[in-house]
Design a protein around this ligand. Structure first.
Ligand SMILES: [Zn+2]
Length: 261
């Protein structure tokens, strides 16, 4: 029964992969399935970061770059992950209200978001949220879910008498495809709330009052009533629940807070 063999040889390594792929999110303790190794994740982050720095107008104005690096360095210290290669860049696009992170610790902040930032603590809200995504490996988790969907199709193909070699080739190309585009997928609500949660703790650990998250998100909520689309809100959907959740997490975050000297 050739097809039984095919399935076995295709699925068995995947099962092993599965068993060794459970990760736990720091601070929230949620279990997650990640099929991408930390070193692959880091390499991918490096590659995409280089591409962005070549394509996008990088900002060298110290009135933006100095606060971003100052706050970024404190948050990175609080994150306590020396294996990450943290970088904090500013993109000079005054009309773009956005910030994002790449796997492994590359954070990008657009000049447009500074319209809504009036203190280091509010800037820390944005940066620590993005660092939260990186620490919780949310990009890799999205990629893994996309990969899993592809694997489902491949297992189906194997069951339909696809040769093992073909199945493995299909796996290879699906893996390449997913790892190239998977990080572009939007985060889920769960991941968004989780990045808020981790971000509040990190900003407190770094000496920024986590209450600044409320003033920042309330400004965003005010702005979302206007007609101009805000990119940050398309990837970080804002509803009443989000602000209420941040408020509910503040007592926990305050336990980590020691005002900066
Ligand atoms: Zn986010």
């Amino acid at each position: 029964m050739k097809w039984v063999l095919s399935i076995k040889s295709t699925i068995a390594p995947l099962l092993v992969l599965f068993l060794i792929s459970c990760a736990t999110v720091p601070y929230t303790g949620r279990n997650q399935l990640i099929l991408i190794s930390p070193s692959e994740e880091l390499a991918l982050g490096e590659k995409v970061s280089r591409e962005i720095l070549q394509k996008e107008p990088v900002c060298h104005d110290p009135s933006y770059t100095i606060p971003v690096r100052r706050v970024g360095a404190r948050i990175a210290r609080a994150a306590n992950r020396p294996d990450y290669r943290w970088e904090f860049h500013v993109i000079d696009k005054p009309k773009v209200v956005n910030a994002f992170c790449l796997p492994g610790g590359k954070i990008f902040v657009y000049t447009g978001i500074f319209k809504y930032i009036s203190s280091d603590a509010e800037l820390a809200t944005v940066i620590s949220h993005e660092v939260g995504h990186a620490l919780a490996r949310h990009g890799a988790e999205r990629m893994s879910l996309a990969l899993l969907a592809q694997l489902g199709e491949i297992a189906g193909a194997a069951a339909m008498n696809l040769q093992t070699q073909e199945a493995l080739r299909a796996f290879d190309s699906a893996y390449g495809l997913v790892t190239n585009v998977g990080f572009l997928l939007p985060y889920s609500r769960t991941q968004e709330y989780e990045a808020d949660h981790i971000g509040l703790i990190l900003m407190a650990l770094a000496g920024y009052d986590p209450h600044a998250a409320l003033t920042f998100w309330e400004k965003m909520a005010q702005e979302s009533k206007g007609k101009t689309p805000i990119e940050f809100l398309s990837t970080h959907p804002l509803d009443q629940k989000r602000i209420a959740r941040i408020r509910a997490l503040l007592p926990e975050a305050m336990r980590y807070y020691h005002p900066q000297r």
